[in-house]
Design a protein around this ligand. Structure first.
Ligand code: VTB
Ligand code: MG
Ligand code: MG
Length: 333
């Protein structure tokens, strides 16, 4: 039910919104899936952005993009500060319309479309720089891992808390030169290392999910992706820390002006990244360990798989949707 005066408490509306959000990530996934494996990452990204932007028009919120495609002058749609939604409760929106553009272009696993929503002011307004991140799953002692520890210490403490041998632990990290030392130290400590070419939002979620083989995600990736990952980690009650990595004073100043009161140089806890009630939705574009990709059944039908979560209830829904394009004038692009 839409409340025209927006007087209903947030708790009434947020349930419905979670399921509205999945339509947004589904639309983006269907659109970008037409570019899977075609080596054209910008086209794939553009299709996702356009579809996601259009899908937001029907979501009953007064939304403001805080993590988006860039500044107003550099992004035509879903730019930071853009208003989206058809009216309703004031919400902040974090998006990555195609998380893993290269994964989609190369038809590699785990390309996702991602949206997170929170009440106004609850997401860190992270600039597009790198963030050092560490993520582990739920039901572990608070502080079992810490960005200030060496990776070997973190692995040792995690192994103890999980009652496992270090050799049974899997650390997931982006395959980048900047992680060489961390990877070497993790292997030296006895852990296994799973290297990804891209896509650390999926990796952060994998670290929190029981039936994945990942025990810990660590390393540096995009700060916007860090906020999206934090939204997901909140929903599944995992632990996460982040630290923005500034390359110069200009970046530091920018982060300060965006971060609204928070000292952006310090180690950030999960709630510094995403607080309040958080909703999260992601849809698979290419098949991966977390979600199946978009499957096309002829020209007029497709199946999508999504994960939709709310921090308040802790419910994690896997939604398989069967789409029939003949009932629309056009495929939801
Ligand atoms: C990171 C990571 C993303 O791109 O932003 C990465 O967070 C870019 O890192 O998940 P490099 O600059 O080292 O290539 C992704 O992997 C995909 O957007
Ligand atoms: Mg993107
Ligand atoms: Mg991304």
């Amino acid at each position: 039910m839409i409340d025209p005066q927006h007087t209903l408490p947030y708790r009434v509306t947020d349930r419905n919104l979670a399921l509205e959000l999945v339509r947004v990530t589904e639309a983006a996934a269907i659109a970008s899936s037409r570019w899977t494996g075609r080596g054209l990452k910008n086209e794939a990204d553009g299709a996702a952005v356009q579809a996601m932007r259009a899908a937001f028009d029907t979501v009953a919120i007064d939304g403001t993009v805080v993590i988006g495609e860039g500044e107003m002058d550099e992004a035509p749609m879903l730019y930071i500060g853009e208003k989206v939604g058809s009216g309703g409760p004031a919400m902040d929106i974090a998006v990555d319309p195609l998380e893993g553009t290269n994964l989609c272009a190369k038809s590699l696993p785990n390309a996702l479309t991602v949206v997170a929503l929170a009440e106004r002011g609850k997401f860190l307004h992270a600039p597009d720089i790198y963030m050092e991140k560490i993520v582990v799953g739920p039901d572990l002692p608070e502080g079992v891992v810490d960005l200030d520890n060496t990776i070997a210490t973190n692995l040792r403490q995690l192994a103890k808390a999980k009652n496992k041998d270090i050799s049974e632990l899997v650390l997931c990290a982006l395959d980048r030169e900047r992680h060489e030392e961390m990877i070497a130290q993790a292997r030296e400590a006895g852990a296994r290392v799973q290297l990804l070419s891209d896509g650390d939002v999926a990796a952060a979620i994998a670290a929190c999910i029981d039936d994945s083989d990942v025990d810990i995600y660590a390393g540096s990736g995009g700060a916007p992706e860090g906020v999206l990952a934090a939204a997901a980690v909140r929903c599944v009650k995992g632990q996460m820390q982040g630290r923005l990595l500034f390359e110069d004073d200009g970046q530091r100043e920018r982060a300060r002006s965006m971060a609204e009161g928070l000292d952006p140089s310090r180690k950030l806890g999960l709630y510094d990244l995403a607080s309040g009630h958080v909703l999260f939705s992601a849809t698979g574009v290419t098949a991966g360990s977390l979600l199946d990709g978009v499957r096309r059944l002829g020209p007029n039908r497709a199946i999508t798989n999504s994960i939709v979560m709310r921090s308040k209830s802790g419910t994690v829904r896997y939604i398989e949707s069967h789409h029939d394009f003949t009932t629309r004038t056009q495929e939801p692009t």
